[in-house]
Design a protein around this ligand. Sequence first.
Ligand code: FES
Length: 110
Amino acid sequence: MGHRITVDNAGESFECPPEKSLLSGMESQSKKAIAVGCRGGGCGYCKIRILSGEFETKKMSVKFVTHEEQAQGFALSCRVFPRSDMSVIAIEEIQSGNPYAKKNVTSKIS
Ligand code: FES
């Protein structure tokens, strides 16, 4: 029996069993709310902010999630394992390929 994971800003939710990472659980249900990269904590693309719920994390590189960010609920979804239903936000700017880009970047169309 999985936990219900809701990605608030994407309006999507999926079931994730405790032995799977959030990213893996999402992928196994063909959802795309969170950006998928290396699946192993090495790229930072899958970064999320956890709003509520209980979870465990595997070691995360401070290169992608600083200690300060961890304290604020940021995490790499490929390193997060749910222990209850959870509510998270996908960090959209990661999907642009720049983890440190500001959210209000205007795109140029030529
Ligand atoms: S997918 Fe690369 S850090 Fe999670």
